[in-house]
Design a protein. Sequence first.
Length: 118
Amino acid sequence: MDSNHHSVTPARIDPLELSLTVTGHYHNVSLGAVNDHEVRLSVMTEQFGWHRHPDSDETFVGVEGELVIEFEHGEVRLGAGQLATVPAGTLHRTRPAGKRSVNLTFERSNAATVFNSR
């Protein structure tokens, strides 16, 4: 066996199961690192404000419900299993289309978030 490969069995994470423990309006937590990026779980029942990430793209993957990603000139809606990437520096905000949405986000670790009142 190649000595560069680790013989560690990774932990299984169930984002949907974790989301069931969330009771607040907005919850965003890191699930782990992948190279120089991190995977985050986001559970929301209300809108998150206008913002951008100047140094990182942000990829969203729907897990439950429908997530709306709004832009200055349109929006993208994601259901479970659907994916969209917001390019670095793009002004956007997110909200659930219904009562609640659960999604995963992938972005550079320690990515800056700059809020904008638009």
